[in-house]
Design a protein around this ligand. Structure first.
Ligand SMILES: [Zn+2]
Length: 102
């Protein structure tokens, strides 16, 4: 009986872990319950986090009026609505990470 409780608890932990990486927590819980928590954990470990992938793919720039981060190709700032000119500087990746994770 303890074995099954452990199985379920670890499956849920795998789901929670997968969720922190932007993956489907429920999906990983089911995967772990059906196959094994260890298998689910290994899959959760090797999949790349979704959130950081999105950040890497998107190119952001800083609105020169309100200094919020907007898409590089946006013609208008979605925060202050001001029109963006080509002069807006793309943000260096180091600086971007600092802004996103603080
Ligand atoms: Zn703005």
């Amino acid at each position: 009986m303890d074995f099954f409780i452990g199985w379920i608890v670890f499956s849920i932990l795998v789901g929670v872990y997968a969720d922190t990486k932007g993956r489907s927590g429920v999906g990983f819980i089911l995967l772990s319950l059906i196959l094994s928590p260890l298998f689910g954990f290994i899959i959760a470990l090797i999949v790349s986090p979704i959130k950081s992938n999105v950040v890497v793919r998107r190119e952001l720039k800083e609105c020169k009026y309100c200094e919020e981060l907007i898409e590089k190709d946006d013609l208008f700032c979605r925060y202050c609505g001001k029109e963006q000119t080509q002069k807006a500087q793309p943000i260096k990746s180091d600086e971007l990470k600092e802004r996103l994770y603080h």
